[in-house]
Design a protein around this ligand. Structure first.
Ligand code: SAM
Length: 281
C-alpha cells in the first residue's frame, strides 16, 4: 500500500469524481428518508493544499485550482455551487486552502438522519481520517479492507443510499476485484446507488467493466468519463471515469452540461474526451 492520496488531492480526476459525487448525493437528499453513505476507500477526508505532499506534485493547481473562482455559465455555476461550498474558503490569491475528499463532502451534505460508514485500510490514514472528521455521531470510521466492508455493510438498514468504491488501482487485479465485489453487493442490495471510480489507462479494461456489469443483469448503468488527453505511454493518469449503477435520472443531463466545461477549464489537450453514455456496452 504505497498510494497516498494527499499527493493527488484536488487534481482533475478528483474534481471530476467529487462534482459527480455531490450531484448524486444531492439527488438522494431530495427525499426525507434516511440514507447511508458507504465509502469503501475513504482516504483522510480533507487535504491541506499548503502541505508538503500537495506541494510536491502541485496537481491540485491544474484541477480545483482552475475551477475555484472561474466564471461559469449560470446553469453550470448552479450545479457546481454545492461542491464549491464544500471546498470552502480561499486565500488572498483566490486559491482554496484545503480540499475536501469524498468523506468530507458527504459529511457536509448529509443530514442528521443520515449515516456515513468510512473505510480506510492504511493505519495512519485511518487515524487521520478519524481526526479530520471530528466528533460526529452520524459517522463511523473503520480501519478495514473496503471490499470486506462492502460485503459486511450491504444492505444498510436505511435501504437507501450510495456506495463509493474508489480504490488506488495499485493491484493488477483491481478492476476484477471491484467488479466482483460490486456485483455481489448489488445482488444483495439491488436498489442501492453504486459509483465505481476507475482510471482510464487501458480502455479495454473499462469496456470490460461495463460489459461484465451488463452481462450480470445491471440494467441501469451510466458510463461517465473525462479524459484530458489520449492515454499516455508513460502511464501518467490523464483520464478517469465513474460507472454508476442505478444513477439518479438527472445525472446524465447534469454530466452533459458539467463535463465538457470542466474538461475545457482543466486543460483539455488533443485527444481529450468526455463520455456520458446511458447504455454502455
Ligand atoms: C483514491 S484514495 C481515496 C480517495 C477518497 N475516496 C476521496 O475521494 O477523497 C484510495 C484510498 O484507499 C486506501 N486503501 C488502499 N487499499 C485499501 C483497501 N483494501 N481497503 C480500504 N482502503 C484502502 C488508500 O490508503 C487510499 O487512502
Amino acid at each position: 500500500m504505497n498510494y497516498r492520496h494527499a499527493f493527488h488531492a484536488g487534481n482533475f480526476a478528483d474534481v471530476f469524481k467529487h462534482v459527480l459525487l455531490t450531484r448524486i448525493l444531492l439527488y438522494l437528499l431530495r427525499k426525507d428518508g434516511a440514507l447511508r453513505y458507504l465509502d469503501t476507500h475513504a482516504g483522510v477526508g480533507r487535504y491541506d493544499l499548503a502541505g508538503d505532499e500537495a506541494g510536491r506534485t502541485g496537481e491540485w493547481r491544474e484541477g480545483v485550482g482552475r475551477i475555484v473562482g472561474a466564471p461559469a455559465p449560470a446553469e453550470i455555476a448552479g450545479l457546481l455551487a454545492p461542491w464549491l461550498a464544500a471546498v470552502g474558503p480561499v486565500n488572498p490569491e483566490g486559491m482554496p486552502m484545503s480540499y475536501p475528499g469524498s468523506p468530507a463532502i458527504a459529511q457536509t451534505l448529509l443530514r442528521s438522519q443520515d449515516r456515513l460508514t468510512l473505510c480506510e485500510l492504511h493505519a495512519d490514514d485511518a487515524q487521520a481520517l478519524a481526526a479530520n472528521m471530528g466528533r460526529d455521531r452520524r459517522l463511523k470510521v473503520l480501519r478495514m479492507d473496503g471490499y470486506t466492508a462492502l460485503r459486511a455493510y450491504v444492505p444498510p438498514v436505511e435501504r437507501r443510499g450510495l456506495v463509493l468504491v474508489d480504490p488506488p488501482f495499485e493491484a493488477f487485479d483491481e478492476f476484477d476485484r471491484m467488479t466482483k465485489s460490486c456485483l455481489e453487493a448489488w445482488r444483495k442490495w439491488p436498489t442501492g446507488v453504486y459509483a465505481l471510480w476507475h482510471p482510464i489507462k487501458d480502455e479495454a479494461a473499462v469496456d470490460l467493466l461495463h460489459e461484465r456489469l451488463r452481462a450480470a443483469g445491471v440494467s441501469r448503468l451510466l458510463r461517465l468519463e473525462l479524459s484530458l488527453a489520449r492515454p499516455q505511454r508513460d502511464g501518467r493518469l490523464v483520464g478517469s471515469g465513474l460507472a454508476v449503477i442505478n444513477p439518479p435520472h438527472v445525472l446524465a443531463d447534469e454530466a452533459r452540461l458539467l463535463l465538457p466545461w470542466l474538461a475545457e477549464r482543466m486543460g483539455a489537450a488533443p485527444g481529450s474526451r468526455v463520455r456520458v453514455d446511458e447504455n454502455p456496452v
